[in-house]
Design a protein around this ligand. Structure first.
Ligand code: FAD
Length: 284
């Protein structure tokens, strides 16, 4: 399919990009890796008057250490996230989950910032950002602001970014010493998740001291399985983990589609949470 006609801008800096977005108002769209936006344009599900291609802004790429956090440029590709030594050391959950996204071709073009800004609850990385307590840094005409991941995903394909804001950085508190695992249930390899579970586990004295669980595709936004997180505190073996994982679907509102019914997704959330936590906690 041929996309509708649009104006095209390729700014060289964040300031230039924000000015272009502000001038165009609601009629502009940011283009990062294009792996979600281009299909939408081709299917004529989006009609921007202006596409602002941020792909040539070097300051938006790369990973650096910033005290107790990693700062990852929004335009860092999935491929670069997976292979970055700092991400592997301090945010292994993100590296592991990103390796399950699509196929190598998509991972070479698609970006971390694009995946979060797109706010697709079926995407793997929004739930991971929630579990990691990430912060998203946006720049707009009014300046820079930091949005906790918990406040970023508002609804299906809707984030807290306003149309004139650019997501510039994703800040991830270091989780060195935590166990982690992303358990993705998909029909075939390299497909989207029917349900996914991002688990982080901190153990102390032979039991789980703290667990954080992010759920993919269990509602119109990614969600934290807070009831299961509470129940997991103190769990000291596989049976206790299995009991706690029974609470994984509490408070979720999964959708019905060609792949699964809501009830099946709830079942998957419980099973995958048990598996993800056992692996993350080294108890499997
Ligand atoms: C065949 C295929 C399979 C896929 N499978 C998976 C999968 O299994 N799991 C998964 O998680 N994802 C999957 N994806 C999606 C992929 O991860 C995309 O890379 C990602 O969703 C969007 O990233 P992007 O950089 O391509 O963003 P784009 O497509 O360029 O943009 C997506 C949206 O985000 C906005 N945006 C992008 N960057 C910014 C920014 N810096 N600031 C503000 N707004 C911004 C755009 O305006 C647009 O609305 C798949 C994609 C394809 C084509």
């Amino acid at each position: 399919m041929i996309p509708p006609a649009f104006e095209y801008a390729r700014p060289a800096s964040v300031d230039e990009a924000v000015r272009a977005l502000a001038d165009a108002g609601e009629e502009a769209k940011v283009l990062a890796g294009g792996q979600s936006l281009l299909p939408l344009l081709r299917l004529r599900l989006a009609f921007p008057e202006l596409v602002v291609d941020v792909g040539r802004i070097p300051e938006l790429r790369g990973v650096r250490e910033d005290g107790e956090a990693l700062a990852i440029g929004a335009l860092t590709t999935h491929h670069d996230v997976i292979h970055d030594p700092l991400v592997r050391r301090y945010a292994g959950l993100l590296a592991g989950a990103t390796a399950t996204v699509a196929d190598p071709a998509v991972r070479h073009r698609g970006t971390l910032g694009g995946s979060l800004a797109h706010a697709d609850p079926a995407g793997d990385l929004p739930a991971v950002a929630l579990a990691l307590d990430a912060e998203l840094v946006a720049v707009g005409p009014a300046g820079r602001r930091t949005i906790p991941a918990r406040e970023f995903f508002l609804d299906y394909l809707q984030s807290a970014l306003s149309p004139d804001e650019l997501l510039v950085e994703v800040r991830i508190p270091k989780t060195e010493g935590w166990g982690f695992h992303y358990e993705k249930f998909q029909r075939v390899a390299q497909a989207w998740a029917i349900v996914g579970v991002a688990a982080l586990v901190r153990r102390a004295d032979g039991h789980i001291a703290e667990a954080r669980i992010g759920l993919t595709n269990m509602g119109s936004t990614p969600v934290r399985a807070t009831a299961a997180e509470r129940a997991l505190a103190g769990a000291d073996g596989p049976e206790a983990v299995a009991r706690a994982a029974e609470a994984a679907a509490e408070g979720t509102r999964p959708s019905q589609d060609l792949s699964a019914s809501p009830e099946y997704r709830e079942h998957l959330a419980r099973v995958l949470t048990r598996r993800a936590v056992l692996t993350a906690g080294g108890m499997g």
